[in-house]
Design a protein around this ligand. Structure first.
Ligand SMILES: Cc1cc2nc3c(=O)[nH]c(=O)nc-3n(C[C@H](O)[C@H](O)[C@H](O)COP(=O)(O)OP(=O)(O)OC[C@H]3O[C@@H](n4cnc5c(N)ncnc54)[C@H](O)[C@@H]3O)c2cc1C
Length: 228
């Protein structure tokens, strides 16, 4: 394990591994990721992993579009193909207010080059005959809605990051973080310490456990719940 790196990413879910990969794409090869367990062992592996383009602002829409373009490219990589299905998807509108909101989102997305469409109830039935369309005004159609295998995605990004000289240390929890007088951080892990310029806290629902090592409190709460 390295004892020095420019960046230490803490957490091997989609957030951390994607950050590591994108740093390498920006030419930062002196970057490492530390994961307490196996990659994807946090929330990521059990996501339904629906991939959408909608967002409440143009930054989120453009970020999601970037992800879709990247996932398409990864899925078609013959060396390491992953399961990614683009099916298209609808969000149903039953009231004029919902139509107004959807039209607002469609216009906002068009501003960053993302084409979404509002379709009337007849066209909804045409595209999905099993939907009950009485009382339906229409729907917002996203041609690029889809789903992906979240674990395969993480491993595909990790593979590319490693190829670009990033290193990943699994089964290696971060136990403490201290700071040197010159501002550098020392990340203390089960298997040794790494001195670095920057830390990315991508520890998911443990974000405040890691944050507290730096005296930082993030305004989020982790909730355990059943899904489906
Ligand atoms: C049931 C379910 C369905 C979902 N469906 C969707 C969906 O359809 N579409 C969608 O976009 N999102 C969905 N999500 C949300 C999505 O899964 C999460 O937003 C995403 O996986 C969070 O990724 P992350 O990298 O931030 O966190 P995580 O995946 O939790 O990764 C954090 C990592 O940090 C590691 N870690 C924590 N503490 C330390 C430490 N001290 N040292 C080292 N490593 C540490 C953990 O082990 C973990 O691997 C769903 C989530 C769930 C639970």
């Amino acid at each position: 394990m390295k004892s020095n790196a420019r960046v230490v990413v803490i957490g091997g879910g989609i957030g951390g591994v994607s950050t590591l990969y994108h740093l390498t794409q920006e030419g930062w090869s002196d970057v490492v990721l530390v994961e307490r367990d196996e990659l994807t062992s946090g929330s990521t592996w059990h996501a339904a992993a629906q991939v959408t383009q909608f967002g409440s602002n143009q930054t989120m829409v453009a970020l999601k579009r970037h992800s879709i373009d990247l996932y398409r490219e990864l899925a078609s990589d013959p060396e390491y193909p992953i399961n990614y299905h683009i099916t298209g998807g609808m969000r149903l509108a039953y009231t004029p207010t919902q139509v107004d909101v959807y039209q607002h989102y469609i216009g906002m997305a068009a501003g960053v080059g993302v084409d979404l469409e509002f379709i009337d109830a007849d066209e909804v039935e045409n595209r999905h005959p099993l939907i009950r369309t009485h009382e339906l005004v229409g729907a917002w159609w996203d041609p690029l809605d889809g789903d992906i295998d979240p674990a395969q995605l993480v491993f595909a990004l990790a593979r590319r990051a490693r190829k670009a000289d990033a290193e990943i240390y699994r089964f290696n929890p971060v136990e403490a973080i201290t700071r040197k007088p010159n501002g550098e951080f020392i990340v203390h892990t089960k298997n040794g310490s790494i001195c670095c310029e920057m830390i990315v806290n991508a520890s998911g629902y443990r974000v405040n456990e890691v944050g507290s090592m730096l005296g930082v409190s993030h305004p989020v709460v982790s909730m355990e719940h059943m899904y489906f």
